[in-house]
Design a protein around this ligand. Sequence first.
Ligand code: ATP
Ligand code: MG
Length: 249
Amino acid sequence: MENTAAIRIEGLSKQFKDTTAVDRVSFRVGMGEIFGFMGHNGAGKTTTIKMLLGLTKPTNGSATVLGHDIVRESIAVRRVSGYLPGSYALPKEMTARAFLAYIASMFNLSAKEAQRKIAELLELFDLSAVADKKLGGYSSGMTQKIGLAQALINEPQVLFLDEPTAGLDPLGRHEFLQHIQQLARERGVTVMFSTHILSDIEAICESVAIMHRGRLVAADSLARLKQQHHEATMDGLYLKLARQQEATA
Ligand SMILES: Nc1ncnc2c1ncn2[C@@H]1O[C@H](COP(=O)(O)OP(=O)(O)OP(=O)(O)O)[C@@H](O)[C@H]1O
Ligand SMILES: [Mg+2]
């Protein structure tokens, strides 16, 4: 296991004034895995992801992404990573094509390379026909696809998705999850996937971590966790662990 971890987190903590957002968290995400990241609102998921991407500094502890230290080698981490934030406003006046070109320029892709990559992503997400329309007119499903497309522009080996399917209709969600699965299967991309939607976890994740008030409650393969806690479903498992935490809080 040791040499196949894409993400290693060791005693990672983040303190915001009087809030301990992340409290001595340690776990590993295997190479090529789709890893579910769960926990109540305010559990520390987004803060953990932001620390891994170098967007906020840990107060304590350490972590690596593909062997790169998240503090000392944050530029290398960013180069191999893609990020779909939980919420961000797309520039309404820009077309999808122009927006993707702008993101490509941040990764120093040549104009030719960028053009090829953008065409490929627009095709992949079935957005070619609307690529020259302004993003302000996009539906939430289309917006989410553009969000995923921008996260893939640098052909990342590790993908961080923060609640990517929130607001999608059932078909849109299904298609989005299929894209994620395809990326993992066909390109070996490691995916860390934060969500409140337990059926999404059940559908595509092999392993999960569950956080509660900054602390790690469990991190293991889904099959092992279900077996260990005698729960057949993700709903049953999550509710059991969450209630246990509430009872001991
Ligand atoms: N910039 C900040 N300044 C102060 N406190 C913060 C900041 N960012 C997050 N927090 C606090 O840290 C804790 C963890 O927040 P975080 O956003 O990581 O949770 P989350 O698990 O992503 O929750 P959600 O499911 O609601 O997205 C919360 O108590 C939050 O209020
Ligand atoms: Mg969050």
